[in-house]
Design a protein around this ligand. Sequence first.
Ligand code: ZN
Length: 389
Amino acid sequence: MTDALSIARDLVRCPSVTPADAGALGVLENILNAAGFEVHRVTFGEPGTADIDNLYARIGNSAPHITFAGHTDVVPPGDESAWTHGAFSGEVKDGFLYGRGAVDMKGGIACSVAAVLDYLVAHGGAPREDGKGSISFLITGDEEDVSVNGTVKLLQWAAARGEKFDHCVLGEPSNVEALGDCIKVGRRGSLSGTLYVDGVQGHVAYPHRASNPVPDISALIVALSYEPLDHGSAQFQASNLEFTSVDVGNTAGNVIPGLARAKFNIRFNDLHTQETLRTLVEQRMARTAGNRIRARIVWEPSNSNVFVTKPGAFTDLAVAAIEEVTGRRPELSTSGGTSDARFIASYCPVIEFGLVGQTMHQIDERTPVSDLEKLTKIYRGVLDRYFAS
Ligand SMILES: [Zn+2]
């Protein structure tokens, strides 16, 4: 069976909690092989991380090339006895498919596979009537955890083979309340650091022999927190810097601590790069610190850059396909956390559209079966418009 619900159930029944595959990619491999795809299973690993299975499957040899991306790994089920239906049962009850990954994002993958198969059957087994065009699947088993042996390496592997992607649809649960309310077209970048202020440890009764870093780091935290980094851009909300912990490691009530540190994270928009942001924050720190406060920032490495797919022909055809099926005109949003789209964006324009995210990562994760049917129709509508244009 190759309808979305059957594929989704088969996937949910594989307990593929990262880094386990538990047969999930095999489900897709069998279906795609039978439909004429060239399927590759590639395993990536590196010291200190678990080896991860990934899958790349393509039909067609020429442009235009649309790829459907996703991940078959899932977060742990939590307390399995708290689930109304087994976390990996794939139970369908009262019109809902239950199970870990139903929403994030085995359901989305199932819909894209079902839509592509349906499209190919209707078009004699090739993406376009003139024999041109390609459709592929870029599926990783390493999204929910460290994301080291997944999409990043799979994209590099594909590029080394000469694969060129023109557009990508990532089936993450992008909708907030109802199917059709939101396409994610970009995400802010993320950059973390730790602010250190050196003092001189001493007795609280003899402050002239010590230098207390607590008021000094407080002044820096206030300065860095309250001055806006920007006021937002055409497609993004304002960047924000948030301190997440402050610590002096001091348990004694009569000791002035010798060192204070504060961790922070910045979510930044397309008005910055990591480099310009580091410079800006360090300049502001230096301005407040002057010659008196001994402060420094240690930045954490980050591979989370800002990206955006500008509105245009590709987003227009997705919006049209969504509106046709749901009657809703989706917002083009850049809000929310990060996803593998940040890696794909270096290769081709990418949009994220999948199921409704309400129950993802929760006990009783579930999706209406009717949403699976609608999302399949939407992806089919995307394919019709993509290869007709
Ligand atoms: Zn996900």
